[in-house]
Write a protein that binds this ligand. Structure first.
Ligand code: HEM
Length: 196
């Protein structure tokens, strides 16, 4: 009888004592504590990179399409700071609606300097800056830089909706409601063109 009652507490106490010891070692051993913190930080970073991306890539609100030629001054207000968050960027004389790329060109984005601006020169010279010129005719760019501007234009044409032309001073805007849409318009389907 006495030997049974002696052995029981030893059996039931051993695992508890062991886990207490492990916890004690983790908390009070500096190396283990640092390793635990590193693991926690890594897990946090993995979760943040996965879920943070989903949050960042949440679709931009669907805005009605616009077809309009604009001057540099008119373009300026579409830098994403307005209530609807629309962002327009001009490349090689064409204006694109880059609202779906708001995380690049909207306020705080890496290419915010291009939002509401003519980005041609910056793209050509690989510099995230835009000029304050009334109209930049790009005539001083060399052939390689002009080639680069055209490649960027092609990329924007593929990815974003075309809005219209960037107007030179004294140039008249096209009246798109006349259905006089140009061949270069790849943003709207024939049905949409009829509806305009
Ligand atoms: C170290 C320098 C740079 C790095 C690491 C970098 C990185 C990137 C990356 C990773 C993307 C693709 C983002 C995505 O599609 O998710 C991108 C896009 C882009 N980058 Fe850069 N970039 C750099 C410099 C520049 C410079 C100097 C310019 C301006 C001339 C520029 C203009 C752009 C543009 C216009 C896009 C396209 C955004 C869009 O899809 O609308 N980048 N960059």
């Amino acid at each position: 009888m006495s030997s049974q009652s002696d052995s029981k507490p030893v059996e039931s106490e051993t695992p508890a004592t062991n886990s207490n010891n492990i916890l004690y070692e983790i908390i009070y051993s500096p190396v283990n504590l640092i390793l635990t913190l590193v693991i926690v930080v890594l897990i946090y970073k993995i979760i943040k990179s996965k879920f943070g991306k989903i949050i960042e890539e949440a679709p931009a609100p669907e805005l009605p399409k616009i077809r309009k030629d604009m001057t540099v001054a008119e373009l300026r207000k579409y830098d994403g700071s307005q209530e609807d968050g629309r962002v327009l960027v001009a490349v090689n004389g064409w204006i694109f609606d880059v609202t779906r790329g708001r995380r690049f060109y909207g306020p705080g984005g890496p290419y915010a300097a291009f939002g509401g601006k003519d980005a041609s020169r910056g793209l050509a010279t690989f510099s995230v800056t835009s000029s304050d010129k009334e109209y930049d005719d790009l005539s001083d760019l060399n052939s390689m830089e002009m080639e680069s501007v055209k490649e960027w234009e092609a990329q924007f044409r593929e990815k974003y909706d075309l809005v219209g032309k960037l107007l030179k001073p004294s140039e008249e805007p096209t009246n798109y409601s006349d259905e006089d849409l140009e061949d270069t318009d790849t943003s709207t389907s024939p049905d949409e063109k009829k509806a305009q």
